[in-house]
Design a protein around this ligand. Structure first.
Ligand code: PGA
Length: 245
């Protein structure tokens, strides 16, 4: 199975999200080998869910809280997300790690809660530009995997996805070279195999992907992409879908 996950971030209002999901769902036919997931903002989830419910598109959230219910002002819990029709959830995106200050420990709790509620969490990992320059990239990604997955049992591990998103490549137009992406793919596979005896977890690439470069990541072994900027352009996004055979 290949995956294309559209991360719309905080770029669209509700009307714009509905329009974009209509455009995409109108062009997507049911496809048994590709899963296409739209991740609008929390505020747009319910309306986008209505638009795509008769299509093969799946719904994802951009974040989740680590407790399911209660006095947590401003947070959104797993039961509510499930009620809306969410199946996937992005956890530990670099913008949450670096702008909001989420730690690996918080991310581990979010992974656990999402998995406990039968959602499919997508754990984002990736080094900063400084970490890459200082040859710490692999060490940091291995650590993020270790810590982020520490609370999951083996059955839960088998349901997750990993997205390798080098921080310096996100939204910059500087995508990771296919060679560097391949080395990181090999490392992630090795960690998952050694720690969890898991060989089938989909590993996605993210960071300045478009219809021109996505095929090179698939060639390197990635099972698809987590897409930011290009997912806001329906033509580009649909071409990316065609490119992930
Ligand atoms: P980008 O974002 O494709 O705009 O680089 C990717 C992401 O943040 O998931």
């Amino acid at each position: 199975m290949k995956y294309l996950i559209a991360n719309w971030k905080m770029n669209l209002g509700i009307k714009e999200s509905v329009e974009l999901s209509k455009k995409i769902s109108g062009e997507i036919e049911s496809d048994k080998i590709k899963t296409i997931v739209l991740c609008p903002s929390f505020a747009s989830l319910a309306e986008v869910s209505e638009v795509i419910k008769k299509s093969s598109l799946k719904l994802g959230a951009q974040d989740i809280f680590w407790v399911n219910k209660g006095a947590f002002t401003g947070e959104v819990g797993a039961p509510e997300l499930k009620e809306i029709g969410v199946e996937f959830v992005i956890v530990g995106h670099s913008e949450r790690r670096h702008i909001v200050g989420e730690t690996d420990e918080v991310i581990a709790k979010k992974m656990k809660l999402a998995a406990d509620f039968g959602l499919r969490p997508i754990l984002c990992v990736g080094e900063t530009g400084d970490e890459r320059e200082n040859e710490q990239a692999e060490k940091r990604v291995a650590e993020q995997l270790d810590l982020g997955l520490q609370l999951l049992d083996n059955a839960q591990i088998s349901k997750i996805l990993i997205a390798y998103e080098p921080v310096w490549a996100i939204g910059t137009g500087k995508a990771c070279s296919p060679d560097d992406a391949l080395s990181m793919f090999v490392l992630i596979k090795k960690v998952l195999q050694e720690k969890f005896s898991e060989n089938n977890i989909p590993i996605l690439y993210g960071g300045s992907t478009d219809d021109k470069n996505i095929a090179s990541y698939i060639e390197a072994g990635y099972a698809g992409a987590l897409v930011g900027g290009s997912s806001l352009k329906p033509l580009t996004f649909l071409k990316m879908k065609e490119a992930i055979e």
